[in-house]
Structure formats: structure tokens, C-alpha cells
Design a protein around this ligand. Structure first.
Ligand code: FES
Ligand SMILES: [Fe+2]
Length: 439
């Protein structure tokens, strides 16, 4: 790519320079990269551990496995949530196994040690048989950082880490807050072990250059023409954002003024006459935005009251350093995440969740897979390839395996990126710096 080239609609403050480091294939399969990432990335950043709504009463807990590590997040009597490494202090057996559970105490399945919700060892078998006497009350599970925000429980294994708010940065924090994620319900959550390095998924979500090839069907309602999109890289935090105009056909194509069915239906829903937009489809977005402002509250879209004019129609695609993508729809949000596999750098754990607002008294929402019941769901683990991970996500992951293969080739020489893929370049240069690998 051209070093320091501007992206479409890039604002200078959000356009940090890049050096043009080659994006080597080795980083996608070498153990030394996986080791460096564990030491310098995964153990230093904030992670989404689960849904806050799953923690109602004291003793309710969530677990989340990350690489070889596991974390348990426990609701306290005062309503706060604390997080601990999920390993028994006695001989190291993994304590909690359910992803969502609840009990007055965490009980180890090996020799029956019990821990209070604050991590204090509360019961052991044969307490007088220990040198120094009964160990109860003298030991606590190893605690890590934990915060609740945006409807999620977050954890960070770095006890010296900045707060979640500082890690998000004020701009991203305040912007994400507009959508009111804490009031949403997680209606879709699938997880799969996918045969590609976690960064292949990241790269994919850090650019929209692949849309015409992989997702041609969304061109009728999302305008991905680069000149019409807005890109931001937040240099201090490494997060980035892309805004794509929604309810607008892609201006890439000569047919962009042709009104297609999904947009016609949206016009009708917002009480506009589709006929008035035949041959003028690009104008539908602004007209619908005005109708949303006018009719939103009455139609049950009270959350629009906290959102800006573009936020109520467009798609805001945030990628938080290093591995969480929040794609904000006007009425919901997708979490698209890739996490490292416990042992194999050529695999990753992929999550696709959808959280949605309730609209009026409807019991259904429109999600990534179409109409979806508005009820909370647990994370479903699927075998990759046997069941869908969401239509668009399937399209994205369909190329990931082939890319994992191609990146091993001697013929791949480090990438030739378009300016609009600058977020990919920035991501890898930050990773090089954080991991201290520059060869
Ligand atoms: S390892 Fe947990 S009680 Fe022994
Ligand atoms: Fe995609």
C-alpha cells in the first residue's frame, strides 16, 4: 500500500501514519507469534466474558475460556462482579465448567474444596491435616480485573491494566454508548473452532474491500463505495471504526438508483411511498432517517432518542483492538470475535452473537439470519461446516481456510494492500510493535 495514503472520507485526526511493514505469512502459523501474542496481547487487553444479564443473584457465575486459560466471573452480594482464574488452589483442577451457572459456593469436583463468591477458600476436607492448620480463610482464588459495561461482563488478566473506559478511549466509549447495548437481549450466539489463524478473521473485519466479491447481495441496502464510507483509526488505542451508509444501494454499480425490494419494504414500513423512489433509490436513506425521527418513538424505537442522525440509519463497524468487532445496526449489534486456539496457531475460536432492542411489543427481531425470536440464548457450539455461523459470516469464513493455505506459500510476499485496507496495515504494525517482532 502507499505509505501514509488517505482512505476515503478519512479525517486527519483518525488517520495515523503507517510504515508499510510487510504482512508476512509466517505470523499466521508460527508458534513464536502465538507465544508473543499470549504474552503481550491476550494477557493485556480487555475481553468480553459473557452477558451481564446471566448474572442475577449472588453466586451466579460465567466462565470463559481463552487459549489455555479459563476465567470465572462471579456475582457478589453487593451486586458487583469479580473475576478469578478458574483453577482450584489445591491441585489445579478447573473449578467451574458450565458457561453459565450459579451456586452459593464454587465447589471443586476433585477433592471438594469450596470457595465463597469473593474467592475465599471456605471449606476443605480434613482441615486439620494441613501443615500450618486449617487453610480455610487463609487463601483466595487469584483475582483478575473485571468490569460490567454495555450489557457485557469484561475481564482483563493484567492486574495493572487501565480501566475498561480508558482502554476503549472516550470517543469509542461514548459513541458505542449511543446504542444502549445494556438494554439489548442476546438473541443469537454461535461459536465454532475454525481452521484459520485468528488474525485472518481480524483482517477480514478490518476491511470492506471484499464486499463486492463475498457479499454481493447486501449491495441493495448498504452503500460500500469507498468514497461514501467513513473510516477512523484511533491511534492511541488501536481501535478503528468504519461507517457505511445503510438503506442505500451501493454506489459502486450503475444500477444504484434502481429500487430493490428490501429498500422498498423499508420505505413502506416507514410510511413512505416506494413509487416516489423508483429510479431514485439513493434518496431513500435520508427520507427514511427523517421518518425515523418523526415516527420512531411511536413505533417503539425509543432508543433512537439517544442516537445521532447517521446512527439511526447507517452501519457502524467498530473493531476493538485486537479482536472484537461490534457491527452496530440501528436496532441491534453483532459481536464478531476471533480468539486464539489453545494449542494450534492455525485454528481459532470464532464467535458470532447478535444483541437486539425490543421494538414495541414484538417478540421477534430482524437479525443476521432474518427474523429471530426475542429471547435470551446461551452460546451454542457448532462444528465448523456442519451448521451455519450466519449467512454473511459463512461467506467471510469460506475464504479464511483458503487464505490460511495460501499464506504458507513461498509465493506470498507480504501483501499488496489498497488504501482502503489501511486498518489492516495499522493492525499488523501495532501487533509488530506490541509483540516486539519486526523481522
Ligand atoms: S484440585 Fe480442587 S479440591 Fe483438589
Ligand atoms: Fe465480510
Amino acid at each position: 500500500m502507499t505509505v501514509e495514503a488517505l482512505m476515503g472520507r478519512q479525517i486527519a485526526d483518525y488517520d495515523p501514519p503507517v510504515r508499510g511493514d510487510p504482512i508476512t505469512g509466517e505470523r499466521y502459523y508460527a508458534q513464536r507469534w502465538a507465544d508473543a501474542e499470549w504474552a503481550h496481547v491476550w494477557t493485556k487487553v480487555w475481553h468480553v466474558g459473557g452477558m451481564a444479564a446471566d448474572l442475577m443473584d449472588a453466586g451466579d457465575f460465567l466462565t470463559h475460556n481463552l487459549g489455555r486459560e479459563s476465567v470465572v466471573m462471579v456475582k457478589q452480594a453487593d451486586g458487583s462482579v469479580r473475576a478469578f482464574y478458574n483453577a482450584c488452589l489445591h491441585r489445579g483442577y478447573r473449578l467451574a465448567w458450565a458457561e453459565v451457572g450459579g451456586a452459593p459456593q464454587l465447589v471443586c469436583g476433585y477433592h471438594g474444596w469450596r470457595y465463597d463468591p469473593d474467592g475465599t477458600l471456605a471449606h476443605v476436607q480434613d482441615p486439620d491435616d494441613f501443615p500450618g492448620g486449617n487453610p480455610c480463610g487463609k487463601h483466595k482464588l487469584s483475582e483478575i480485573r473485571c468490569e460490567v459495561w454495555g450489557g457485557f461482563v469484561w475481564f482483563n488478566m493484567d492486574t495493572d491494566a487501565a480501566s475498561l473506559r480508558d482502554w476503549l478511549g472516550a470517543q469509542v466509549h461514548d459513541h458505542l454508548a449511543q446504542w444502549g447495548m445494556e438494554k439489548m437481549t442476546r438473541v443469537y450466539a454461535v461459536t465454532s473452532d475454525v481452521p484459520c489463524n485468528w488474525k485472518i478473521v481480524r483482517d477480514n473485519f478490518n476491511e470492506s474491500y471484499h464486499l463486492p466479491t463475498l457479499h454481493p447481495e447486501i449491495a441493495t441496502v448498504i452503500n460500500d463505495r469507498v468514497e461514501d464510507c467513513e473510516f477512523r483509526i484511533y491511534p492511541d488505542t488501536g481501535h478503528n471504526m468504519m461507517r457505511m451508509p445503510g438503506l442505500q444501494p451501493s454506489a459502486r454499480y450503475p444500477t444504484h438508483q434502481v429500487l430493490d425490494l428490501p429498500l422498498a419494504q423499508a420505505l413502506e414500513y416507514w410510511e413512505l411511498d416506494p413509487k416516489a423512489y423508483e429510479g431514485n433509490a439513493m434518496a431513500a436513506r435520508d427520507a427514511i432517517a427523517q421518518q425515523k425521527r418523526k415516527l420512531g418513538a411511536a413505533k417503539g424505537y425509543s432508543h433512537y432518542g439517544h442516537m445521532g442522525d447517521t446512527e439511526i440509519v447507517d452501519y457502524f463497524h467498530f473493531t476493538l483492538w485486537p479482536n472484537i468487532t461490534f457491527t452496530m445496526w440501528p436496532d441491534g449489534v453483532q459481536l464478531l470475535r476471533s480468539e486464539p486456539h489453545p494449542t494450534d496457531p492455525e485454528r481459532c475460536i470464532f464467535d458470532h452473537w447478535f444483541m437486539a432492542h425490543r421494538i414495541g411489543d414484538t417478540d421477534e427481531v430482524i437479525g443476521p439470519n432474518g427474523p429471530t425470536p426475542l429471547e435470551p440464548v446461551d452460546r451454542e457450539r457448532i462444528v465448523f461446516g456442519e451448521k451455519t455461523l450466519g449467512v454473511v459470516a459463512d461467506q467471510d469464513l469460506s475464504v479464511a481456510i483458503g487464505q490460511q493455505l495460501g499464506l504458507h506459500s513461498k509465493g506470498f510476499r507480504g501483501g499488496i494492500l489498497a488504501n482502503q485496507e489501511k486498518r489492516v496495515q495499522f493492525f499488523h504494525e501495532k501487533l509488530n510493535d506490541v509483540c516486539g517482532i519486526h523481522d
